[in-house]
Design a protein around this ligand. Structure first.
Ligand SMILES: [Cu+2]
Length: 133
């Protein structure tokens, strides 16, 4: 009997703790997602940028611009026959992908809105821009 009441006393205390923590976790999750509703994780997209003929496509313009939403991922795929490239972000302490050999790919998820210009490490003339909305 004594043991039983002891357990009963502890359970409500646990429930209070959980209900106290849950709203906080919920709120911080919303903040981290830049106002994105919980559950929208399934709507995250992956955009593809093809690397071919010493250019970042999908457009023929330089710098190639791709627009995504915060939380989306950009995937770069090297479609060259024999040339390797990389994806380098000079403004972010030279954050750079591994050297991508033909058919290799690299991806990066962008969580913060902004403009992220990049270029190819070994080929400075290859430029691109990721705009995160
Ligand atoms: Cu290159």
């Amino acid at each position: 009997m004594f043991t039983g009441s002891h357990v009963l006393k502890r359970v409500p205390a646990l429930l209070v703790l959980v209900s106290f923590c849950a709203p906080g976790a919920f709120a911080s999750g919303v903040l981290a997602g830049d106002g994105i509703q919980p559950g929208s994780a399934t709507t995250r997209q992956t955009a593809e940028v093809t690397i071919q003929d010493y250019r970042f496509t999908p457009t023929e313009f330089t710098p190639t611009e791709i627009r995504i939403k915060a939380g989306d991922t950009v995937k770069w795929i090297n479609r060259e026959k024999r040339t390797s490239h990389s994806v380098l972000f000079p403004a972010e302490n030279g954050l750079e992908s591994e050297r991508l050999f033909p058919q290799e790919q690299w991806q990066r998820r962008f969580t913060q809105p902004g403009s992220y210009s990049y270029r190819c490490g070994p080929h400075e003339e290859m430029k691109g821009l990721v705009v995160v909305e």
